[in-house]
Design a protein around this ligand. Structure first.
Ligand code: FVH
Length: 294
């Protein structure tokens, strides 16, 4: 659904700039502001209106998209224009924690404005491509009212009324991604430890392997939810002895190749912890309960 709704973008770092360009490309009148004003200038060639102050930017439009360094910066930037926020909708796409989202929501709504918190699942280069999406949380009526206006940079995925959900899922997705990336790099260090091994050859096989393993993730997730709800036993499980032997082999082979085992050590500690607790199966629910200290 396309929209001609005007928007204001506060923050023209790498991501804010990509967002502003996406709104402009979609034909939405876009007012921009950045602490370092020079960054707004070349956007005017794309049709943006460069506001001379935060107050001018905020009062230009109903929707105020904020993409700054962190929540402290957001508060510092908006505090002087708090009175001007009344009746507007602040969409905060700055990275932060769920507690920060809750606190920001309480402050913004207390000023008589609407608030949506968001988590951008894209990098500047993927903004406005089909892969990009943004997580949103906050009042559903506010999300639905502005959804079309917000979708130029990325598909909007609504998670729920709890303001902290978008940042919680954002950080959880980043956690999965970062550990996967470090796992890939650990494997690349192993694969290139012999003359005949290459990162490229390893990566090609890893992508195939991960594709088949990714297909199992929804089933493990269903096990975790069923365990929380009703204690139903998992569908996907493996003997802990098999895990201990397999992970042990990876660690041994890494050491023999002179590769640091640090990325995998916490995983091994988890498997050993489950064994020490008397479990004989590895499963998603068992590991999640262990990580939550349950
Ligand atoms: N770039 C990325 O790939 C990721 C993708 C996922 C989402 N993140 C989050 O987006 C927020 C902004 O990130 P960014 O990449 O745009 O960051 P920078 O290019 O470093 O721009 C930072 C902007 O914040 C402004 N700023 C910093 N300090 C202050 C301040 N005290 N008062 C006002 N503005 C401030 C900075 O202004 P300037 O330095 O140009 O004057 C930029 O506009 C972030 O939460 C990521 O985690 C991006």
């Amino acid at each position: 659904m396309s929209s001609q709704a005007p928007v204001t973008v506060l923050g023209l770092g790498a991501m804010g700039r990509a967002l502003a360009l996406a709104f402009l490309a979609a034909g939405q009148p876009t007012t921009v502001w950045n602490r370092t004003a020079a960054k707004a200038q070349d956007l005017t060639a794309h049709g943006a209106v460069a506001a001379g102050s935060v107050a001018e930017a905020v009062t230009a439009n109903q929707i105020v998209v904020v993409c700054l360094l962190d929540y402290g910066t957001v508060r510092e930037t908006l505090e002087p224009v708090a009175a001007e926020l009344r009746g507007r909708t602040v969409v905060n796409l700055t990275n932060g924690t769920p507690a920060q989202a809750d606190e920001m929501a309480a402050w913004i709504t207390g000023l008589g404005a609407e608030y949506l918190d968001g988590g951008i699942m894209a990098i500047p280069a993927t903004v406005a491509t089909p892969e990009a999406f943004v997580l949103y949380s906050g009042p559903e009526s506010v999300f639905q009212e502005h959804r079309a206006a917000l979708e130029a940079p990325a598909a909007a995925k609504y998670l729920g009324e709890d303001f902290g959900l978008a940042s919680l899922y954002d950080l959880a997705l980043l956690s999965g991604h970062m550990q996967m990336l470090d796992g890939f790099l650990h494997g690349a260090a192993m694969a290139t430890s012999r003359e005949g091994g290459t990162a490229t050859g390893y990566a090609e096989l890893l992508v195939s392997w991960l594709k088949s393993m990714i297909a199992v993730i929804p089933a493990i997730a269903a096990d975790i939810d069923a365990d929380r709800k009703s204690g139903t036993p998992p569908q996907i499980a493996q003997g802990l002895d098999v895990q201990l032997a397999g992970v042990g082999n990876i660690l041994t082979a890494s050491r023999e190749a002179g590769v640091d085992t640090a990325p995998l050590d916490p995983y091994m500690a988890g498997v050993e912890g489950l064994a020490a607790a008397g479990q004989d199966l590895w499963s998603g629910p068992a590991r999640v309960r262990q990580l939550k200290g349950e």
